[in-house]
Design a binder for this molecule. Sequence first.
Ligand SMILES: *Cc1c(COP(=O)(O)O)cnc(C)c1O
Length: 361
Amino acid sequence: MADGIQPQPGIMDIALYQGGVAHLDGVSNVLKLSSNENPLGPSDAAKEAFLRAVHSLHRYPPTDHASLRGAIGAVWGVATDRVICGVGSDEILHLLCQAYVGAGDEVIHTEHGFAIYRIATLAAGGTPVEVPERERVTDVDAILAACNDRTKLVFIANPNNPTGTMIGLAELARLAAELPPQAMLVLDGAYAEYVEGYDAGLALVDARQNVVMTRTFSKIYGLGGLRVGWGYGPQAVIDVLNRIRGPFNLSSAALAAAEAAVRDTAYTEKCRSENARWREWMATALAELGVPSDTSTANFVLARFSSPDEALACDAHLRHEGIIVRQVAGYKLPHCLRITVGDESACRRVVHAVAQFKGAV
Ligand SMILES: *Cc1c(COP(=O)(O)O)cnc(C)c1O
């Protein structure tokens, strides 16, 4: 290629996102616990809605997502005008950076924060600023100390991935209240539905003008393959994002399945309680094997080993047993493995394999 043809500054600083491994050569019956997918899959209603969409594939989808936004509004009690739907919540995060971040602007993410925050910041020409956590928990004081007059966005996943920890609403409110005037708090609620009684920050969004929340259909709703997410924020912010959003960003099949999924609240509740039950069981069993973890509020456990070498060796043993978990050295946690909470048999299988590795069976 001609030397004169160059991408925008920052783009070549982006390392390619590594998704969870899905296959192991020569191994059948692979158990994939590397991408925080719902082991129970989507609700039957979502699958049926997806199938029905086959009859209108020649039609363009709606551009306003009114039906899905209406369902989200009905289920979560939010103002539908201030909901935006995207191709996964990833798209909402990218749109926020594209709209509010440029050269010279800073975007804060935490030490073990989700990789997309840095990628979306660099893609927009901004400067990512990494802030330490306190023992794998978001540290509001450290974030506030890192803010300055160039700070445009502050990304926090609550619960966080890959740590599984979260901070309380009072801390979130304090953070939002003390941000500099040109900065916006982005609350990534990808795992919020797993936390009983947590509103994901919706009330904080309503109470303030500088908080946006994002959610996804990829985790508890079991629709990662369809790529649907949504955001909720101040009217002015949502109006800005809608100007740059692709008008046909979501397919009709994805819209239909997501709408059916969000309306099936009984199924969501079943997934939440099953996850809590097996998460607890798995974390306890791993701890008894000498593999502790912080109390997780999400659908995965961050298993801590005594050293990076031990984590790698355990990962190798798990792969030999046909089990794929997530290495998180890229998240500055080289002594840890992130293990998605599967169904009962998956949890028993992974714990058994860790016990073998530890010489306990
Ligand atoms: C999985 C995940 C998402 C969801 O991404 P989608 O694009 O909606 O699939 C967002 N944030 C975090 C922290 C995640 O772990």
